[in-house]
Ligand binder design. Structure first.
Ligand code: F6P
Length: 324
């Protein structure tokens, strides 16, 4: 009897990130090049539970390399956090003859990939989140694009900040992680960067700093605040009251998640997608493929989820000493 062709699926899960399409493209084309069949799963794990799945070919992924978002749609699937949900997904995979799955998303998505792997469907996770908070990976798909979007936006705010001698407080996404805020703060020369990972006293690190640097002739200030830390509008009012510097607040929000991926995101996504298919071809699952010290490597998902990743403290200190 002729050997059945291996069939793999690909889905995106969690918040979308620019470069996810590049990863999908890499997965589809690498798999086809190895003689495998590929299906796309829509709306994350929901599609696996509901059977919202379609065949993909070379042309299914044409003209998507440069596009933001995800052609597969994405979602955060509550049902998949239950064993029943995982078993439904397993059932779909078995019915459709899906031998393995590539899951592009954040750590919540990886938990699902681990659960399904443990049920006998090999899954490989790829880090895709603008938060850059996957501990085992130096880099996540989408981060570079989101960073450049945020930097461009803050540069624009700086123009008006300078013209009015104001303080502009900017909230940056990150879901509790400070990577995007810190890198944006460095790239924009922010007077203060407030992230969860450091002890922060508003009166010292913002108010006093504005008063002190004001004496050296500085009259406009950018303050970066990680999402979820405080209400930036109230903070702007507080800064104005305490310093006398007119202040405004901006929440950059989902604008950071859209747009055409940078070259870096496209290249990383392509490398990661290719490696994921190499693993699945060998029937290897329960792995995440990541970038570490400029190399593409893979880890056991559980091991990956247990790793810790802090912000770059040295970078934070550099910002504090020179953004004055
Ligand atoms: O994880 C990516 C992210 O954009 C976070 O930075 C943010 O906290 C969250 O997703 C927002 O999620 P939603 O799109 O569901 O509002």
């Amino acid at each position: 009897m002729e050997n059945k062709k291996k069939k793999i699926g690909v889905l995106t899960s969690g918040g979308d990130a620019p470069g996810m399409n590049a990863a999908i493209r890499a997965v589809v084309r690498s798999a086809l090049a190895r003689g495998m069949e590929v299906v796309g799963v829509r709306h994350g794990y929901n599609g696996l539970i509901d059977g919202d799945i379609f065949d993909m070919n070379l042309r299914s992924v044409s003209e998507i390399l440069h596009r933001g978002g995800t052609i597969l749609y994405t979602a955060r699937c509550k049902e998949f956090r239950t064993r029943e949900g995982v078993l439904k997904a397993k059932d779909t995979c078995q019915k459709l003859g899906i031998d393995g799955l590539v899951v592009i998303g954040g750590d919540g998505s990886f938990r699902g990939a681990r659960d399904l792997s443990l049920e006998g469907i090999p899954c490989v996770g790829l880090p895709g989140t603008i938060d850059n908070d996957i501990s085992c990976s130096d880099y996540c798909i989408g981060f570079d694009t989101a960073l450049n979007t945020a930097v461009e936006a803050v540069d624009r705010l700086r123009d008006t900040s300078q013209s009015h001698d104001r303080c502009n407080v900017v909230e940056i996404m990150g879901n509790g992680a400070g990577h995007l805020s810190l890198d944006c703060g460095i790239a924009c020369g922010a007077s203060a960067i407030w992230v969860n990972e450091v002890d922060f006293d508003v009166d010292v690190s913002i108010v006093q700093r504005i008063l002190d640097t004001g004496k050296t002739g500085k009259h406009h200030f950018i303050v970066i605040v990680g999402e979820g830390i405080t209400d930036v509008h109230s903070l702007a009012r507080y800064i104005e009251e305490r310093t006398g510097v007119e202040s405004r607040a901006t929440v950059l929000g989902h604008i950071q998640r859209g747009g055409s991926p940078t070259a870096k995101d496209r290249i990383m996504a392509t490398q990661l997608g290719y490696h994921a298919v190499e693993l699945l071809e060998q029937g290897i699952g329960n792995r995440v493929v990541v970038i570490r010290e400029n190399h593409v490597v893979d880890f056991d998902i559980l091991e990956a989820l247990q790793m810790k990743k802090g912000i770059d403290r040295k970078l934070y200190e550099i910002a504090r000493s020179i953004n004055i």
